[in-house]
Design a protein around this ligand. Structure first.
Ligand code: NAD
Ligand code: GLY
Length: 359
């Protein structure tokens, strides 16, 4: 079974990737000396599908398990929902020698991770991601948190898990649109950091759409390796880690302007990556043939690639509020060819966007 180590000194942790490995969670937890009293945080959708198998594996290994089911949906990713977790932990007398397990997509992972970071000033936690997006992105790297009415993920902490347990078999129950949204992040890794992986994605796209376990394991493994490497070099996003936001600056604007939930995050990132590549082309960082390759690969995975019909000033206004804005200038991650990327300060964004949107 492929295993990756996220190397962060005493906060290092393994990522296990395989097919039908949910039942191995108990032995994985033993290897990292995870506590025996645990709470499994999930939602009804994922819980109904996978809780029984996981609880059985944990109980067979001698663990005492409380299950906490949070409502399903991004709209519940807030401080109020977190209280459900804290209430159960306090009622059931969880102490510093207990642990949390997040079973679900990025919403559950971010909330359970933040609860673990803050309960008693930090208890250990483990990620069992069940969406493709969570498997290749949110479960790795330690960003945890919740939304505030004023914006996404405004309240949070960097807090690394003790173990990440990825079973690609869980993806068989994932709705098709969620699967495609996750693929956008996979393609992102190839564009920003790994030309060989991008070629591999082009060559193996049919196997991925058919959800071949072998192809999925490879794609998830390389994605996690790339993310782990970036996080090892810049855990708290002081520089390099910003490249993981490729496609996100414009993508977030698409999400905000369309109304949250209308366009999925991965779909918005797909549109944002094509816009970023078009900007990169205009600034001489890539060729038009490379922009076409990016667009074609994303389209193959049924991802949208054309910006919705908002005006340049609407897009600009939202992008001015992006977390990467510094001294008033919007900063954009741009690809350099395919397989490399950098954060750029864009002075002439309005003109460039005007050209791209009027095409
Ligand atoms: P999600 O967690 O809302 O999951 C999408 C839907 O799929 C949900 O309805 C969920 O219940 C369902 N689901 C999950 N696994 C399933 C399965 N195996 N079978 C059937 N249904 C399943 O969405 P997501 O795309 O996984 O995560 C999005 C969240 O992740 C956002 O809140 C975003 O801010 C966050 N995020 C965090 C990071 C990070 O670094 N921490 C990175 C990217 C995104
Ligand atoms: N998803 C971006 C990051 O983890 O930095």
């Amino acid at each position: 079974m492929p295993q990756i180590e996220v190397g962060l000194g005493e906060r290092s942790y393994p990522i296990w990737i395989g097919q039908h490995i949910l039942a191995d969670l108990g032995s994985a937890l033993d290897k990292v000396e995870f506590p025996s009293k645990v709470a499994l945080v999930t939602n009804p959708t994922v819980g109904d599908l996978y809780c029984e198998k996981i609880v059985a594996s944990l109980v067979a290994g001698g663990r005492q398990v409380s299950v906490i089911r949070l409502p399903d949906g991004e709209e519940y990713k807030n401080i109020n929902t977190l209280e459900n977790i804290y209430d159960v932990l306090i009622d059931r007398r969880f102490d510093r020698y207990c642990g949390l397990i997040a079973l679900g997509g990025g919403v559950i992972g971010d909330m359970a991770g933040f609860a673990a970071a803050t309960f008693l000033r930090g208890i250990p936690f483990v990620q069992v991601p069940t969406t493709l997006l969570a498997q290749v992105d949110s479960s790795v790297g330690g960003k945890t948190g919740v939304n505030h009415p004023q914006g996404k993920n405004l309240i949070g902490a960097f807090y690394q898990p003790k173990h990440v347990h990825i079973d690609v078999a869980a993806l068989t129950t994932l709705p098709q649109r969620e699967f495609s949204a996750g693929i956008a992040e996979v393609v992102k890794y190839g564009i920003i950091r790994d030309p060989v992986f991008f070629n591999w994605l082009e060559e193996n796209r049919a196997a991925l759409v058919a959800q071949s376990a072998e192809a999925l394991i490879h794609a998830v493994m390389i994605s996690c390796q790339i993310k782990a490497n970036v996080v090892e070099n810049d855990e708290k996003e002081q520089g390099l880690r910003a490249i993981l936001n490729f496609g996100h600056t414009f993508g977030h604007a698409v999400e905000t302007l369309s109304g949250y939930g209308v366009i999925k995050h991965g779909e918005a990132v797909s549109i944002g990556m094509v816009v970023a590549a078009q900007i990169a082309y205009r600034m001489g960082h890539c060729t038009s043939a490379e922009v076409d390759r990016i667009r074609e690969l994303l389209s193959y995975f049924d991802l949208p690639v054309a910006p919705p019909d908002f005006t340049v000033s609407e897009y600009l206004e939202v992008m001015q509020r992006d977390k990467k804005v510094k001294d008033g200038a919007v900063r954009f991650v741009l690809n350099h060819g395919i397989g490399s990327s950098e954060l750029h300060k864009l002075e002439n964004l309005e003109v460039v966007l005007q050209e791209i949107l009027s095409q």
